[in-house]
Ligand binder design. Structure first.
Ligand code: C2E
Ligand code: MG
Ligand code: MG
Ligand code: MG
Length: 290
């Protein structure tokens, strides 16, 4: 069962090798309780535009502040949240909180930054998603143009007709759609021209071995060229070294995310970073030249 619902689930169960059904039940109850007590926190990883060398926004990533186990990564509980359906409530909270934070950043810094929210497969299929997004936007007052939704190829492939409808709705709303973990799915790229997609995020696995792996470099280069010819922007994730940055810049990659620039931050640290933008620009400029 663990294997069939994907590698994250497998990881989760593998990490809990001794888990018996009683412990699993406990974990599920814990997760239920976590929703009621709101034990989740969001961290924000900056996205940097390579041309302007400015932070254009941040991706929200969720953590579970477990009372006994400490901070748990999304890989450790999102699969269970999916399986139990609790992801719908957790996801709604993430959407509301992300939009609220984005408005706060804008107010505190005067900068028109965006927030990117990861959607899970079950959320994407759920009938309540549209209302959840509409409520989050209304409640926070965030302009839809400042909301980016990160989905994966497999969510589109699962039911292409329905996906088209949902993506068209996001598009009409004025939100941005990004394909996350691009290149790791089994899809043909044909869907890219038929769906309203704003950007692709090149998966970390292709970025990791630049500049040692010439195949990964060729793939990265090809993804960027293909995306640009379709008027789609490209983000590279997992950028950790100056060599990677220099290569991506040279290939015309639009945005980067990664530990080289910043790991996911507490909201107040992200605000501090936004306020320090001129200094960061210099730093990135030097890195890019190296
Ligand atoms: P993702 O959307 O691909 O998120 C990027 C992950 O890569 C994050 O891990 C981030 O901390 C990590 N990362 C960023 N830069 C670097 C880097 O330079 N090097 C390395 N080694 N790692 C880097 P995180 O936060 O553990 O999230 C893992 C996955 O969990 C995410 O992958 C996403 O699929 C899922 N996830 C996270 N937050 C949410 C959420 O709010 N909702 C849903 N549905 N899924 C989420
Ligand atoms: Mg993501
Ligand atoms: Mg990703
Ligand atoms: Mg990834």
């Amino acid at each position: 069962r663990a294997k069939e619902s994907g590698k994250n689930t497998f990881r989760f169960y593998a990490a809990e090798a001794n888990t018996n059904s009683v412990e699993l039940l406990t974990l599920e109850n814990n997760l239920r309780r976590a929703v009621e007590r709101n034990e989740f926190v969001l961290h924000y990883q900056p996205k940097v535009d390579l041309r302007s060398q400015k932070i254009i926004g941040a991706e929200a990533v969720v953590r579970w502040q477990h009372p006994e186990l400490g901070m748990l990564s999304p890989m450790q509980f999102i699969p269970l949240a999916e399986e139990t359906g609790l992801i719908i409530d957790i996801g709604a909270w993430i959407m509301r909180e992300s939009c609220r934070q984005a408005v706060e950043w804008q107010q505190l810094t005067g900068q028109n930054v965006r927030v990117a929210v990861n959607l899970s497969a079950r959320q994407f299929r759920d009938e309540t998603l549209r209302q959840t997004i509409a409520d989050a936007l209304t409640e926070s007052g965030l302009t839809p143009d400042c909301l980016e939704l990160e989905i994966t190829e497999s969510m589109i492939m699962h039911n292409a007709e329905r996906a088209r409808e949902v993506l068209q709705h996001f598009h009409d709303l004025g939100a941005h759609v990004l394909i996350d973990d691009f290149g790791t799915g089994y899809s043909s790229f044909g869907y890219l021209k038929h769906f309203p997609i704003d950007s692709l995020k090149i998966d970390r696995s292709f970025v990791r071995d630049i500049p040692d792996d010439v195949d990964d470099m060729a793939i990265t280069q090809a993804i960027i060229a293909m995306a640009h010819s379709l008027q789609i922007k490209v983000v590279a994730e997992g950028v950790e070294t100056q060599e990677q940055l220099a290569f991506l810049k040279k290939q015309g990659c639009d945005q980067i995310q990664g530990f080289l620039f910043s790991e996911p931050l507490h909201s107040h640290d992200f605000v501090r970073m936004l306020k320090l933008q001129p200094m960061l620009r210099l730093q990135l400029g030097e890195a890019a030249v190296a």
